[in-house]
Design a protein around this ligand. Structure first.
Ligand SMILES: [Zn+2]
Length: 102
């Protein structure tokens, strides 16, 4: 019994061993938090941050022009703003931007 008792005392002095003892409780608490968050988002990933109102509800609405134009909309009822991104006009030298800008 003396050797086992010494071994238990030695384990109790190791910080990681103490932490392992609290792991099941902490894992259960985290599982409950994840379940609550999943319920809040309806199982969907939150949208990007809206550049207008800051809500995590900025989502891709549609893509057209063979993927060259994207329209993003804020699904927050109070905001509802949208943003258009034109990939065909990006990264081109000035003066060669087509019908936009000039
Ligand atoms: Zn917004």
């Amino acid at each position: 019994m003396g050797i086992l008792e010494d071994f238990r005392k030695m384990l109790a002095d190791i910080p990681l061993w103490k932490e392992l003892g609290t792991a099941p409780e902490r894992i259960k608490a985290l599982e409950e938090k994840v379940a609550a968050l999943e319920q809040l988002t309806g199982g969907k990933r939150p949208g990007d941050s809206c550049p207008y109102c800051g809500a995590a509800s900025f989502r891709l609405d549609h893509v057209d022009m063979h993927g060259q134009r994207e329209v993003w909309k804020c699904t927050d009822v109070a905001c509802g703003k949208s943003k258009e991104t034109r990939h065909d006009l990006m990264n081109k030298p000035r003066g060669k931007a087509g019908t936009f800008g000039r």
